[in-house]
Design a binder for this molecule. Structure first.
Ligand SMILES: [Zn+2]
Length: 247
């Protein structure tokens, strides 16, 4: 497709909210949100601090300052956080929106690891992709996804971590959240991430917009971008999510 045409393309999407639940503050039954996703939004080439759709996450909800999410995502998370608090559980956002440059710094730091001396570019990229996204392909770019409490699956398998994970498995769907990198055997791409949760009412629409707008030609500007096509990053990773209903 013509690149100039793609660049100018933006999507206006009305999200019909069939994610009915009993939490009245969001009133998802009767409202609809209008979103416009630019290519920059989808590739994370934005600054959330100056983007009108994003809000700064209050420090009481996260492990550090300077965390941003889309405003509707933050509102939904406040509901989930309160429900957890009612059960004596403390949810902590350890990572929220990460833009392209942030993801590029994570990716390139791994790309330069001495352990990869002698590896082919494809093998190196696939190894890094176990848990880390290629810049331009991360759901963290969208402001719909965040990581909770610990970046270690083992944490969620016993003690406080298991209590947190059980709560999330039971309740997160009511607020629109889903663990997209699940243990579903039909899924491709990243390994299971029990810490990574996605706000589906917006993320599903962003994935549709991404699939219509972004091509492999958009992967550039970082070390290793040339192998994005060979490893089929769009099909296997961007679309390698759990497609089961999340309720
Ligand atoms: Zn994550």
């Amino acid at each position: 497709m013509n690149k100039a045409w793609l660049t100018s393309l933006a999507f206006t999407i009305i999200v019909s909210h069939f994610y009915a639940h009993e939490t009245s503050y969001l009133d998802l039954d009767s409202s609809s949100f209008e979103f416009e996703f630019s290519k920059a939004d989808l590739l994370g080439q934005i600054s959330p601090a100056s983007h009108p759709s994003f809000s700064n996450v209050p420090i009481r909800l996260c492990s550090r300052s300077g965390v941003y999410l889309r405003t509707e995502v933050l509102e939904a998370f406040e509901g989930l956080y309160s429900a957890a608090s009612d059960e004596g559980i403390e949810l902590i956002i350890v990572s929220g929106m990460r833009n392209f440059n942030h993801q590029k710094s994570i990716w390139e730091r791994k790309w330069e690891r001495p352990q990869y001396m002698g590896w082919s570019k494809v093998s190196k990229a696939i190894d890094i992709l176990t848990y880390s996204s290629m810049p331009g392909s991360s759901r963290h770019h969208w402001g719909t996804d965040f990581d909770l409490n610990s970046l270690d699956n083992n944490f969620f398998e016993s003690g406080d971590g298991l209590i947190i994970y059980d709560f999330l498995s039971r309740c997160a769907g009511e607020f629109g959240f889903k663990q997209v990198y699940s243990d579903d055997v039909n899924r491709t791409g990243y390994k299971e991430e029990k810490w990574h949760w996605s706000y589906m009412p917006i993320a599903e629409e962003m994935l549709k917009a991404y699939n219509s707008t972004i091509s492999i030609d958009d992967f550039s500007g970082f070390n290793g971008s040339s192998v994005a096509d060979s490893i089929d990053v769009l099909k296997l990773y961007v679309n390698g999510i759990d497609l089961c209903d999340f309720k």
